[in-house]
Design a protein around this ligand. Sequence first.
Ligand code: PLZ
Length: 453
Amino acid sequence: MTDAATQRPVGGPDLPQERRLVTEIPGPESVRRFERRGQHVATGVSTTLPVFVEAAGGGVLVDADGNSLIDLASGIAVTGVGNSAPEVTARVVEQAQAFTHTCFMVTPYDGYVDVCEKLAELTPGDFDKRSALLNSGAEAVENAVKIARVHTGRDAVAVFDHAYHGRTNLTMAMTAKNMPYKQGFGPFANEVYRAPMSYPFREPAPLSGEQAADRAIDVLDKQVGARNLACVVIEPILGEGGFVVPADGFLPRLREWTAEHGIVFVADEIQSGFCRTGDWFACDHEGVVPDLITTAKGIAGGLPLAAVTGRAEIMNSVHVGGLGGTYGGNPVACAAALGSIEAMTKQDLPARARRIGEIVSGRLTAIAEKHPSIGDIRGRGAMMAAEIVGADGLTPDPVRAGSVSAFCHAHGVVTLTCGTYGNVLRFLPPLVMPEHLLTEAFDVVAEAFDATA
Ligand code: PLZ
């Protein structure tokens, strides 16, 4: 893990792909560093698992104490191609040595245009497209709204229950959950309206996707008016909101309604995009073609990059100078994206994600047979989750979800929770994770359910 010449830690896929615990988690060195963190870093920035990482690659994170942890988080769905993937690091080094920044709005460079060209090829829809590159997911969502407003001349934005779109002022308004994202941070942007989501596990009575869409449409029609809506923004599979997969037919029906009323349909694929769900984008599953799509996270193998991509006539409705930012589409981040897209294509990572989905859903189903606390297993591809409930089979049990996750952490498996009620265990392994590691990780998850029962 250390380069012989430089003595610097080296990550990437050549790291031993093993779970190795040499201290308690967190170990003494991480504990020491965490104390230092407390002296310098604002308390508002949270930590899921306080181990300090020194190298990572494939399916593992190696910490300052020499522990090797299995990564079921991918830094929240970012390192799908693996940490320090060779295709990414080679291009990053090459670009960093050529130039690190010009600002694309001052003097352009090819990497930015190359990424936009790739986005046009890979995103759903067989029409002329344009893209704008930004730094973060939230910024991409904000820009999608700006573009939709200019294009339609309308103000209103529709979002859904359990949605997560970011932490900036406009995207906080669009995000559903108060704690920790919104509490005390208002006032929020106006003209944001929330509609009911299709959440099959929590519907009081069975509801088809079309019926759930009509319920949402009814709310928007009555409370806002279709003619006032600039856009509908939706995550095709909810991310932070609990990996909820809407019932089949929900997205197509909504898509159809927005088209009828000239409302821009924006798919927020920041978490679900770039092979995660077994397709290049989650929308592909039902053949839904959004007008605009926002991407980030998985796009650049860990470097900060985000994009809005969509129909040329919508994207190009904004006046010259209306979109941009100092760093948006930074050349090093663009190089990383090109490397990452190359890795996804060459290694057929959508197929890897589908295989991960089979393994994970098989393992979760087996655990659920023993543990009725798993009320629902859902997701697609390498974006799978288990919703944890109480004895009645429905009441959210965030405490149990937290203790299962804590057991996994203590035993060297990095897991995350999510959901409006905090009771969803979500699994986001790097798509390049070797199968033996995934199997071992789920042995630990199974033990965690037994140990916390
Ligand atoms: N849209 C669908 O998942 C980011 C948030 C982590 P940024 N999700 C992880 C946290 O607690 O801050 C996300 C997302 C969807 C937008 C965003 C926002 O992306 O790159 O974090 O701004």
